[in-house]
Design a protein around this ligand. Structure first.
Ligand SMILES: Cc1cc2nc3c(=O)[nH]c(=O)nc-3n(C[C@H](O)[C@H](O)[C@H](O)COP(=O)(O)OP(=O)(O)OC[C@H]3O[C@@H](n4cnc5c(N)ncnc54)[C@H](O)[C@@H]3O)c2cc1C
Length: 304
């Protein structure tokens, strides 16, 4: 139970929406997750900075999520302040010369649309990847052999004490679905290198990627790939070979279309999803002596 005066302090700083015990299943693409103790959509950057620095002095955990397309939230919920940068001031997208400047809360789908509109190529690979710019940078999102690391020019980050800094490409390191920005530091905007290209060509490539994704990936609520592919192999192929394609636990299922996806058949709980993750990991370990590493961010109740 959040005390009234703490809640007022949060409201005073955030300016925007503040919700108590907001069910996270409403904010994740898997449609799974218990209540966020406090869920906040700060109105702008100064409000966000004030909120983060105050929470630190109070010892309250803060975390930022995007579209929730790569997270698993426990059924018990998450303590502290969960922040979504969804107000208009975090969603701007603009182009200057050969650089695309985006707020962290901008949707990838809006960015790709904007690129088509402006005739700016280079980000076509992001087509139909769900999520926000902030989430894409944090996860080094990618497809078709390309990723954020290959196009990013820099980010603006809010540190835990509320200070802001700009980090250029040289100050960033990326790996397979990871980036060097530590937890507790938050991306508020990012710039990407782009180049002029005919809108029709971009549109065609984007449509091709989207069609291919529809063909390969299951429909329905999911969090995309559950595991990272191990070197030289595919997690989906290994899970399928281990006989777990279609396996269910409660209302969660290892997809019958792509075994590296877990889908929510309606009413799945995080504990069901976790059990399937465990089963798949153990089966692959037994059969291939390979330890699969989760790609999704499995949140815990008390930490960021
Ligand atoms: C159907 C489907 C298909 C997918 N296909 C792909 C694919 O082809 N390639 C791929 O790479 N991914 C894929 N994904 C996964 C997902 O879409 C990406 O990882 C996406 O970039 C996550 O963005 P998000 O805004 O939803 O982040 P969230 O899921 O909300 O968050 C992911 C992580 O990023 C952190 N984060 C979010 N915003 C910020 C911020 N502003 N500052 C600091 N940290 C932040 C969160 O704390 C969390 O740790 C797929 C997902 C689905 C559901």
């Amino acid at each position: 139970m959040v005390e009234e005066d703490i809640l007022n302090e949060i409201k005073g700083r955030a300016g925007g929406e503040v919700m108590v015990n907001e069910m996270m299943l409403r904010h994740t693409t898997l449609r799974v997750g218990g209540p966020a103790e406090v869920f906040v959509e700060p109105v702008d950057l100064p409000a966000f900075r004030k909120l983060v620095s105050w929470a630190r002095t109070m010892g309250i955990v803060t975390r930022v999520i995007g579209s929730g397309s790569n997270i698993l939230v426990p059924d018990e919920g998450i303590k502290g302040i969960t922040i979504r940068l969804s107000s208009p001031s975090f969603r701007m997208i603009g182009v200057r010369g050969d650089e695309m400047l985006c707020g962290a809360g901008a949707r990838i789908s809006d960015l790709v649309k904007y690129c088509i509109e402006k005739g700016m190529g280079g980000l076509e690979f992001l087509a139909a990847i769900p999520g926000t710019v902030g989430g894409a940078v944090a996860m080094n999102a990618g497809a078709w052999g390309r990723d954020i690391a290959g196009v990013i020019r820099g980010v603006t980050v809010v540190h835990a004490d509320g200070s802001v800094s700009r980090i250029g490409r040289d100050g960033l390191a990326f790996g397979y679905r990871k980036c060097s920005i530590p937890r507790g530091e938050f991306i508020v905007s990012a710039t990407f290198g782009v180049s002029c290209r005919r809108s029709g060509e971009i549109r065609e490539e984007v449509a091709g990627h989207a069609a291919e994704r529809r063909r390969r990936f299951p429909e329905g609520p999911s969090a995309g790939s559950i595991f990272k592919n191990p070197p030289g192999d595919y997690a989906g192929r290994m899970i399928e070979a281990a006989g777990l394609k279609g396996e269910t636990c409660g209302r969660a299922q290892i997809s019958t279309v792509h075994a590296n996806f877990i889908v929510n058949l309606g009413g799945a709980r995080a504990v069901d999803v976790l059990r399937l993750i465990e089963m798949a990991g153990e089966a692959v370990q037994r059969m291939f002596s390979v330890e699969l590493e989760p790609e999704i961010d499995i949140l815990s109740e008390v930490t960021a």
